[in-house]
Design a protein around this ligand. Structure first.
Ligand SMILES: Nc1ncnc2c1ncn2[C@@H]1O[C@H](COP(=O)(O)OP(=O)(O)OP(=O)(O)O)[C@@H](O)[C@H]1O
Length: 323
């Protein structure tokens, strides 16, 4: 378990982390989200004793990092995948880490195998691709078989196979009862990986909640329905529109998107009006959209585009008209 209480970091005029309080619990994957410059890396660095808080504290299993007797056996971390001497082989790099922490050298070969780097283990780390460097970083984090993992952007540079591999790895680690804390800007991946979310913006806590609750809070009642018969479709739209707060969009292919009604309510109404449906489902908001809505006002570095641009978020553009 990681405990963060009133954690604050000021660099000159910049308040990088501002009174953060949250727990990262064991047995689940906690995603750490926030726009560029929100303070994620600074928070992780303070958890790992690489930066001193201006105020507050961050504890691992109840202790500050500096008090851990064999740190690699208490917490495994990857903050910067490229932070390896380029002339050293991946294996030599891990052997040095193992020796410094009293870990048997045979564990090095185990973790190299686990991350798929056995073949490249004796090559200089400077010749590794970004994805391979990431795998080496993860190997270092796993070396001491620690109960806590802190990974900053572990999917950075990984190919689709590598992304799936990291997802499975961290989920397995959490299923074994470990504490997993990881950051990523890849929302679709985070949605598949994390059970719980800590979201920050401009150094402050914006949300500390389960993935399910985070998505539910961002969703309004809305659903999609496919009504094959045009007359029946018109009947259903008419009946839906008699209620306040309901709007209906019809796509060119005849699919209805209904705001203000759930799939269950539309199903009941269609049954009542004897309207045949071919498809009916609630519209669930994506993590990307929910996150964009939450952080829209706390983005430090922005491209100036609309944060609620549904086309950019992967939604189909509206082909028909809103009624
Ligand atoms: N050593 C430092 N000296 C001065 N300012 C710093 C230092 N490290 C971080 N900052 C500032 O603190 C703020 C938070 O930075 P941090 O790197 O923690 O954000 P982040 O959420 O990890 O961003 P990203 O997603 O871009 O990695 C930024 O304004 C950054 O410029």
């Amino acid at each position: 378990m990681i405990t963060v209480r009133g954690l604050t970091k000021r660099y000159g005029d910049t308040l990088a982390v501002d009174e953060l309080t949250f727990d990262v619990r064991a047995g689940r994957v906690t995603g750490f989200l926030g726009p560029n410059g929100a303070g994620k890396s600074t928070t992780m660095r303070m958890i790992l004793g690489l930066d001193h808080p201006s105020r507050g504290r961050a504890l691992i299993a109840g202790r500050p990092y500096a008090d851990l007797r064999r740190p690699l056996c208490s917490v495994g971390a990857m903050l910067d995948a490229r932070a390896v001497h380029p002339a050293r082989s991946g294996r030599t790099h891990l052997v040095a880490q193992a020796r410094a922490n009293g870990i048997p050298v045979r564990r090095v070969d185990e973790v190299l195998e686990k991350v798929g780097l056995t073949k490249a283990a004796r090559r200089p780390a400077g010749t590794y691709s970004l994805g391979m460097s990431g795998r080496l970083g993860v190997a270092g984090a796993l070396l001491g078989d620690p109960p806590v993992l802190v990974l900053d952007e572990p999917v950075n540079g990984l190919d689709p196979d590598g992304v799936r591999w990291i997802r499975r790895l961290v989920r397995d680690q959490a299923a074994e009862g470990r504490t997993v804390f990881l950051s990523s800007h890849l929302m679709s991946e985070m949605q598949l990986t994390a059970d719980h979310l800590v979201v920050i913006g401009r150094g402050r806590l914006l949300s500390d909640t389960s993935m399910t609750e985070f998505l539910a809070a961002a969703s309004s009642a809305s659903a999609r329905a496919v009504v094959p018969d045009p007359e029946e479709r018109a009947t259903l739209v008419r009946r839906l529109m008699t209620a306040d707060g309901v709007s209906v969009e019809t796509s060119a292919s005849g699919e209805l998107t209904v705001e203000g009604r759930t799939a269950a309510e539309i199903g009941d109404l269609a049954h009542h009006c004897r309207v045949r449906l071919h498809q009916l489902s609630d519209v669930r908001v994506s993590l990307e959209q929910a996150y964009m809505d939450l952080t829209a006002r706390s983005v430090e570095y922005t491209t100036g585009g609309s944060s609620t641009d549904t086309t950019a978020a992967g939604a189909a553009p509206n082909e028909g008209g809103r009624q």
